[in-house]
Design a protein around this ligand. Sequence first.
Ligand SMILES: Nc1nc2c(ncn2[C@@H]2O[C@H](COP(=O)(O)OP(=O)(O)OP(=O)(O)O)[C@@H](O)[C@H]2O)c(=O)[nH]1
Ligand SMILES: [Mg+2]
Length: 399
Amino acid sequence: MAFFKKLKDRLFNSSSKLEKGLDAIVDDGGEVDEKTPVIEGAQDTVVAAIPEVIPEPEPEPEPEPEPAAVMPAPEMGAPEPEVVTPEPEPEPKPVAIPSPEPAPKTGFLGRIIGRAAPKQVTRRVLDDDMLEQLEELLISSDMGVDTALRVSANMAEGRMGRKLSTEEIKDLLAAEIARIMEPVAKPLPIYPKKPQVVLVVGVNGSGKTTTIGKLASQFKASGKNVVIAAGDTFRAAAVEQLQVWGTRAGVPVLTAPEGSDPASLAFDAMAQAEEDGADLLMIDTAGRLQNRADLMEELSKIVRVIQKKDPSAPHNTLLVLDATTGQNALNQVETFQKLADVSGLVMTKLDGTAKGGVLVALADKFGLPIHAIGVGEQIDDLDAFDPEDFANALTGRTL
Ligand SMILES: Nc1nc2c(ncn2[C@@H]2O[C@H](COP(=O)(O)OP(=O)(O)OP(=O)(O)O)[C@@H](O)[C@H]2O)c(=O)[nH]1
Ligand SMILES: [Mg+2]
């Protein structure tokens, strides 16, 4: 299955919510526009004003295999944040709305006169009322108030008084979302430093352990020598869970007895990984709620102890967020940023939630790199974050 199709299917709950909402908004006070076929109408009313960021539609489905999910970025010279910028993206094409396809010759009249019979499209004049409804819809899709207002305002700019169809609004919305997400779509940077220490943090149940298993599997497949440390010594069965993932991914898991100090395990794991010449050491940690000061302090201690071995470690601190928590993800970023130098995000459980819009709010508010997204519970259900695919899937845009 092509990557975009998979993402679109998995993001169905978010996109169908937005789609239904947009249909309802346009139907409310909109009029059936019988004079113009869909595509010509879209051109008349939108293309002239389409911002240059409208993404080009996906080319023909790429040949299998699917793109490896979270391919590491090219090796970097030093673990400095400013050097991790990936290759510059090619400039988006100015206007990528496809030129109108020759319309299908449908209907008796259409066949006689050799032109397309006009399709019925409902369009609504963009006014203050409609704008307000759009804002509300975006807020309800977990985009957050500030981001929803900004996105709606940008979509409306220069278009007040124009008639818009649902499809045209989707195009504008997708372009706006892709524009916000573009700067944060960055794979996990890989440094020459051995071992590169990746500390994985997040609240209970956000998907840390699962994400480590998925990432370890991908890095292993790309030829990296990976070691995992089971730094969650707090929860019973956490070690076993990580060992299962280690077996699936084919990487060793370093463990310590339940209840022991995770900081000392992290220290020992650093020594072991150095000795083994591992490229990557991924440290799992116990889930910690923002209000548990003791657990939060424990996290700071892990960082301090790691730094005794290598002052530049951890080289990445990944905050794993659960998309189903919606707006709470924003608070989690703020809290974890105070405790640890969060270097990037992984958003899990984007499958099956209607709250995918929170990712837009996160990108807009924090600008932290989004390294990967979790779209299921299986080992290969971790994808690199692609802003255009995400924007199209979230808005339910048909390409
Ligand atoms: N649908 C779906 N489920 C996921 C995803 N990622 C993780 N899960 C599930 O979420 C649940 C919690 O995942 P864990 O990896 O144990 O989460 P954790 O953050 O390690 O949890 P604690 O160690 O208890 O804090 C498990 O049932 C996973 O299968 C995802 O992308 N999609
Ligand atoms: Mg865990």
